[in-house]
Ligand binder design. Structure first.
Ligand code: HSE
Length: 307
């Protein structure tokens, strides 16, 4: 095998209460990438379609993560990377994580899979750090593992796979404005009150319990963020309107996807997901900002080879 074609999915990080630790994988949207072995050593990005991103390996998240794996593996070959971007950079659904994970996942397959998903997560984090100017794995982990993941710690890196209730669906709206992760991290406070910390960790614990026990009501009561959302929601025009509309249409909860501007809603059943999608579609037009909206199953497999 000298070439692999991949689907690298979009992801929702934070999941309201789990800032920087929780995430889940979508299947309605993702990038495609082709990774090819070359005789000439080194890493080259030979094609980028969809969005204007740097071809210089050291300036491209897929290139930086590829270099991290390449230096560790020191293989007797090189690699070419083609990126067909469908996830808009700065949209809040793990665009950089999809690219960063894609290159290392493909290279690993071509080398005979010497690395575990956890080791690939560590390489991909190097690329993600270029985009957000700090290391976090809450998009990369669900891209590589699928389903819901909890990043228990970064040092040592530990990722837990959390079960996904079978009827859980996501509706993600992407208002067409760009919010850079690095910028939306800068507006967050350095410290939080003990009262808010207690509320937040109680929600994280109960959300995990709800996912383990298929308790949709508990999931609903846990999807609250008193730490980050009050600051970041101000960057998203019509955030409260989306939340109100979605909850009135049966959503279990609504929150900012990653660092925004995308907003995710979780619900029980595909029919409810389409009802929420329609209601938001009608209501958000009043905001007069172009948007895209997706209904997605939770993607249990994560990134995958498609050739
Ligand atoms: N946890 C990160 C943040 C995810 O919210 O800044 C960025 O997509």
């Amino acid at each position: 095998m000298n070439e692999v074609k991949l689907f690298s999915p979009a992801t929702v990080a934070n999941v309201s209460c789990g800032f920087d630790v929780l995430g889940f994988c979508l299947d309605a949207i993702g990038d495609e990438m082709i990774i090819r072995k070359t005789v000439e050593k080194g890493i080259k990005i030979t094609k980028i379609e969809g969005y204007d991103l740097p071809f210089e390996v050291e300036k491209n998240v897929a290139g930086v993560s590829a270099l991290a794996l390449y230096h560790d593996a020191n293989p007797d070959c090189g690699f070419e990377i083609e990126i067909y971007k469908h996830i808009k950079p700065g949209s809040g659904v793990g665009s950089s994580a999809a690219s960063a994970a894609g290159s290392v996942y493909g290279m690993n397959l071509l080398l005979g899979s010497p690395y575990s998903p956890l080791e690939l997560t560590a390489f991909a984090m190097k690329g993600e750090a270029l985009a957000s100017q700090c290391e976090h794995a809450d998009n990369i982990a669900p891209t590589l593992f699928g389903g819901f993941t909890l990043v228990k710690s970064l040092d040592p890196l530990e990722v837990l796979q959390i079960p996904t209730p079978a009827d859980l669906f996501a509706v993600v709206i992407h208002p067409q404005i760009e919010i850079k992760t690095a910028d939306s991290r800068k507006i967050l406070p350095e410290s939080i009150s003990l009262k808010n910390a207690i509320t937040q960790w109680s929600n994280v614990g109960s959300l995990i319990h709800g996912l383990h026990t298929n308790d949709y009501e508990l999931i609903s009561r846990s999807l609250n963020d008193v730490v980050v959302e009050p600051f970041r929601s101000q960057l998203i025009p019509g955030f409260e309107r989306i939340k109100r509309t979605a909850l009135e249409s049966g959503a279990l909860g609504t929150g900012i996807s990653g660092s925004g501007p995308s907003v995710f809603n979780l619900c029980k059943s595909e029919a409810t997901a389409h009802k929420i999608e329609q209601a938001i579609r009608v209501d958000y037009k009043k905001q007069e900002i172009p948007f895209e909206i997706y209904v997605s199953k939770i993607n249990l497999d994560g990134i995958k080879q498609i050739n």
